[in-house]
Design a protein around this ligand. Structure first.
Ligand SMILES: Nc1ncnc2c1ncn2[C@@H]1O[C@H](COP(=O)(O)OP(=O)(O)OP(=O)(O)O)[C@@H](O)[C@H]1O
Ligand SMILES: [Mg+2]
Length: 134
């Protein structure tokens, strides 16, 4: 894959979250996503990058422009070396939080994209991938 079709951004501060949102909006525009789909992807980015920062104590976001059977899409992978997500089913339940949040970030994001996939790796960090197809 060409190097300009993927990249990685740090998620270590509030400013990084803003930068990742802006980058994702730009990618969605380049892919000619509808305004609604752009907003959905940016909202999911917001939630997942905040999880990386707060629960994962910082990490990074990989972005990959995908092409499959003539479809174009955007894949984002949020990765950290924090405590990891021990119970995937619980984490994806509406309203469940281990902290003081609303517990809606993960289940909400899942509904905004076409694919959401959590890699189970308790103790070795978290890896949450999403894909949205045009
Ligand atoms: N990167 C991560 N590392 C470790 N645990 C995580 C991570 N992301 C999510 N979790 C766990 O999954 C739970 C649910 O995440 P979710 O985003 O749905 O809710 P929240 O972050 O607690 O609250 P909200 O997003 O509504 O403010 C979190 O409370 C946390 O325990
Ligand atoms: Mg959250």
């Amino acid at each position: 894959m060409a190097t300009d079709n993927q990249g990685v951004l740090p998620l270590g501060s509030e400013h990084d979250i803003v930068a990742s949102r802006q980058h994702v909006r730009g990618l969605c525009q380049a892919l000619k996503f509808s305004l609604v789909d752009q907003t959905k992807m940016v909202t999911a980015t917001s939630e997942l990058s905040r999880n990386t920062l707060i629960h994962g104590h910082g990490g990074r976001m990989h972005w990959i422009l995908r092409e499959q059977n003539g479809w174009r899409g955007l894949e984002l992978v949020f990765e950290d070396e924090g405590p990891g997500i021990a119970d995937l089913k619980l984490a994806l339940s509406d309203g469940w939080t281990s902290g003081s949040g609303m517990g809606l970030g993960l289940p909400g994001s899942k509904r905004l994209v076409n694919e959401l996939d959590i890699q189970p790796a308790p103790g070795r960090g978290a890896r949450v991938g999403i894909v949205k197809w045009k």
